[in-house]
Design a protein around this ligand. Structure first.
Ligand SMILES: [Zn+2]
Ligand SMILES: [Zn+2]
Length: 419
């Protein structure tokens, strides 16, 4: 192994890494109130210690007065940073934070109608009681799916869930440490990685993929369809690291998927065609972009239509957690060359078209800045199972139209619109 390398600000940098680990400790024990209190107390004190340690070293850090004053001024005008400092003082000198537990309810009818409604219920109200309250109102039909998420907030910061709030403070501190590091030495930091394995010396200035502020296990999903009453859905989205790794490897080596998502899409389609010819099928893949860099990918699993709604809302959660501003969704779909209307004048979806439909690879792209693209490559299978790819139909840089093909990405597009 290489000789031990050092860190020019190891005291402060190690405290920052401690904070990363402690943040995960809060997240991992999120459903245990006493553990949340305990780990959060440590995390908030730990975050304050990062700046204390840095200040102690100021005489050795070039330009300290300049960049540290800048950081302090920004922190003073940032309510979250002020909350963090006040919370630390409170924890050390007075008492614990006043944590409140909330239940947030998201109710999804379908893609278009009432995509999302939020209710807030008192802490510790059982899920069944929450559902009974919602549906005692005859204006709320029992259709679609309901998601209940539990969350902690501090009374002094009632609008922010604690994982999200502390993550943002962490990113600010990490950015400060990155500045200090660069000032002290241009060399890479030599601090070793820790437990859990995501706690490395890397200095993030954007949300880390491991710090998920919308984790799936904080949510319960209920399917309201089919007269079965209210039934809990065990899980609807699975991040399969194995598949992700495979696809990342396949696409990572075959295609350069860094860049503007609209421009990357044709390269993804080209590679997808090759994969399809070889494998005869293609798993759906979603890539999350932040500023033209892929920050995550996932393989969504759809069990049924309600599962699809939930899955795409989970994808929107992930977009929010990652601060992603672009998304590409590759999947297999049904395609029809023309439009046919049913007796009510509605367009018949290709999946219901019978013999005049065909299979297709479909790549959908959306960005937070409002750019959209849709690429379709129809294909057929010979009786020997060989895949014949048709001509690709590319609709790039379009606005959102009404034919519903962007419905799948609706939850993501709506989430962007909300910020
Ligand atoms: Zn370092
Ligand atoms: Zn982590």
């Amino acid at each position: 192994m290489t000789a031990k390398k050092s860190c020019p600000i190891s005291a402060a940098h190690k405290r920052l890494m401690d904070c990363h680990a402690m943040w995960h400790a809060v997240a991992d024990d999120y459903m245990k109130p006493e553990n949340v209190r305990m780990h959060l107390n440590s995390l908030i004190q730990g975050m304050r210690n990062v700046t204390f340690m840095l200040q102690k070293q100021k005489s050795t850090l070039p330009g300290f007065e300049e960049w540290y004053t800048e950081f302090q001024a920004a922190a003073k005008s940032n309510p979250l940073m002020r909350w963090s400092v006040n919370s630390r003082n409170r924890i050390v000198k007075e008492s614990d934070l006043e944590l409140l537990s909330e239940a947030k309810v998201r109710w999804i009818g379908d893609w278009v109608r009432k995509q999302e409604r939020n209710f807030t219920f008192p802490p510790r109200m059982p899920s069944q009681a929450i559902l009974a309250t919602i549906f005692s109102d005859p204006g709320n039909p029992q259709m679609g799916v309901v998601t209940i998420s539990r969350r902690w907030v501090d009374k002094a910061l009632p609008d922010r869930e604690i994982l999200s709030a502390t993550r943002e403070v962490f990113i600010n501190l990490s950015t400060l440490i990155a500045t200090a590091h660069n000032a002290a030495s241009p060399e890479k930091c030599g601090l070793a990685a820790r437990e859990p394995a995501c706690v490395t010396s890397a200095l993030a200035t954007e949300p880390l993929a491991c710090m998920d502020i919308n984790p799936g296990w904080l949510q319960e999903h209920f399917d309201l369809e089919a007269g079965r009453g209210i039934e809990e859905v065990a899980y609807l989205v699975e991040q399969t690291p194995e598949n992700c790794r495979k696809s990342q490897k396949r696409y990572g080596s075959a295609v350069n998927i860094e860049g503007n998502p609209i421009e990357v899409a044709p390269r993804i389609m080209e590679q997808a065609g090759k994969t399809l010819m070889r494998d005869k099928k293609h798993v759906p893949i979603i890539w999350f972009f932040r500023d033209n860099v892929v920050v995550d990918s996932m393989v969504p699993i759809f069990f049924n239509q309600n599962g699809k709604y939930l899955t795409m809302h989970r994808v929107a959660d992930r977009v929010e957690s990652l601060h992603a501003n672009g998304i590409i969704f590759l999947n297999e779909a049904w395609y029809a060359k023309d439009e046919k209307l049913d007796k009510d004048g509605q367009i018949i979806p290709p999946r219901d078209r019978g013999r005049d439909r065909c299979e297709a690879l479909h790549v959908l792209v959306a960005t937070e800045s409002g750019k959209y693209a849709s690429l379709v490559t129809p294909f057929t299978r010979t009786i020997f199972g060989k895949i014949i790819l048709g001509e690709s139909i590319i609709d790039s840089g379009t606005g959102l139209d009404n034919d519903g093909q962007f419905n799948l990405l609706r939850p993501v597009i709506d989430r962007w619109g909300k910020e």
